[in-house]
Design a protein around this ligand. Structure first.
Ligand code: NAG
Length: 345
């Protein structure tokens, strides 16, 4: 067992952020509309949570203090008769994902988007607006506009560096592991052994058009951009996430609706059990998006994937702005199975 603990330090197990004090989280809302061209970044007038103080509502910028993998999500209101286009950007103007609605109808509605990003200290993340009077965001005291982000997994190198400094030289590796003298070292070593990590976030930069005719196997949506793939459990070529650590996982996806096509995308497990879906049968020429999210309890070997209806009436829209995204991460490992897995693998 002592040897297992020593080796456990180099496996993809991490220090629970809450236990180690490595915390960062914010959530902010905006109660006023923004007209295109009046400002570049979405700013916020109400801060609900700002653990670590990394978010500045006046500039709308999150500035990374702790390296790691963060989950970001935002929802924006569409202003009547205006276009909606908001991009989640990193640092200067590196577009990560977007929310879009090309209708100029009088009605109001909201669009949402979410991704996980790997950040290093001083990286900034914010919401970029289109600099044109054709675009606007709607909000009121409701509020329609929200922006949230939190650290899911601190960088293993930053949370483990202290441990690595204390590892014996390879030649001196002792099967019993010398007893640690520092209580924090002992705690993090235990947590490092216990907490598995798994996360992915991917996007498409091209559309997928459904085709009718003939029976075909249900094929998963595939992805060409990978923001995060901790543990390597997502295969973007096959579009499948495979569970390695049993537990409760959060999944979120957003898909673009293609001009003149309906959208129907299902979150599937295994061979095709539908867990949740998005649907929009509007076939106007305007683009917009649909989002969905949920938690699933997974066993080792379970697969999770997205299925877009394979029929010529349906499609999924995306471009370099990355309308179509898919993310998932382990929230709570299933304790007993993860310990059994570690011990008897
Ligand atoms: C990913 O999926 C592709 C297509 O199904 C497959 O050829 C490839 O071997 C898979 N990669 C891994 C690492 O499993």
């Amino acid at each position: 067992m002592g040897l297992l603990i020593c080796l456990g330090l180099v496996t993809p197990f991490h220090v629970a952020p809450a236990m180690s004090g490595l915390r960062s989280a914010f959530s902010a809302t905006r109660s006023r509309s923004v007209l295109g061209g009046s400002q570049r970044a979405v700013t916020f007038d109400r801060l609900l949570v700002n653990v670590g103080g990394d978010f500045n509502p006046d500039t709308g910028r999150f500035r990374c203090r702790l390296a790691g993998a963060y989950y970001f999500s935002f929802t924006v209101g569409k202003f009547p008769k205006k276009l909606l286009s908001v991009m989640l950007v990193k640092n200067g103007q590196e577009v990560q994902a977007m929310a879009y609605d090309g209708h100029r109808k009088p009605g109001r509605k909201v669009q949402s988007q979410s991704v996980m990003l790997t950040l290093k200290p001083m990286d900034t993340v914010w919401l970029l607006l289109q600099q044109s009077p054709d675009y606007a965001l709607y909000s009121n005291v409701g509020p329609y506009i929200t922006f949230t982000g939190y650290l899911v997994y601190p960088d293993s190198s930053s949370s483990m560096s202290y441990l690595n400094n204390h590892l014996p030289q390879p030649g001196f590796l002792h099967p019993d592991c010398p007893p640690p003298t520092d209580p924090w070292y002992s705690l993090t070593r235990e947590k490092a052994f216990e907490e598995p990590r798994s996360a992915f976030s991917v996007a498409r930069t091209t559309s997928v058009l459904g085709e009718s005719g003939g029976y075909r196997e249900k094929e998963a949506l595939t992805f060409d951009v990978e923001y995060v793939n901790i543990g390597g459990h997502f295969n973007k070529t096959s579009g499948h996430f495979t569970c390695h650590f049993p537990g409760s996982y959060f999944f979120a996806f957003t898909v673009g609706r293609h001009p003149h096509r309906a959208v129907s995308v299902k979150l599937m497990t295994g061979r095709g059990e539908v867990q949740a879906m998005v649907f929009d049968e509007d076939t106007s020429r305007h683009r917009e998006m649909q989002s969905q999210s949920l938690l699933l309890s997974l066993r080792k070997g379970d697969t999770v994937w997205l299925y877009s209806q394979q029929d010529q009436r349906y499609a999924v829209y995306s471009n370099q702005g990355r309308y179509t995204t898919f993310s998932g991460f382990l929230v709570y490992p299933d304790w007993e199975s993860s310990i059994l897995d570690r011990t008897y693998n």
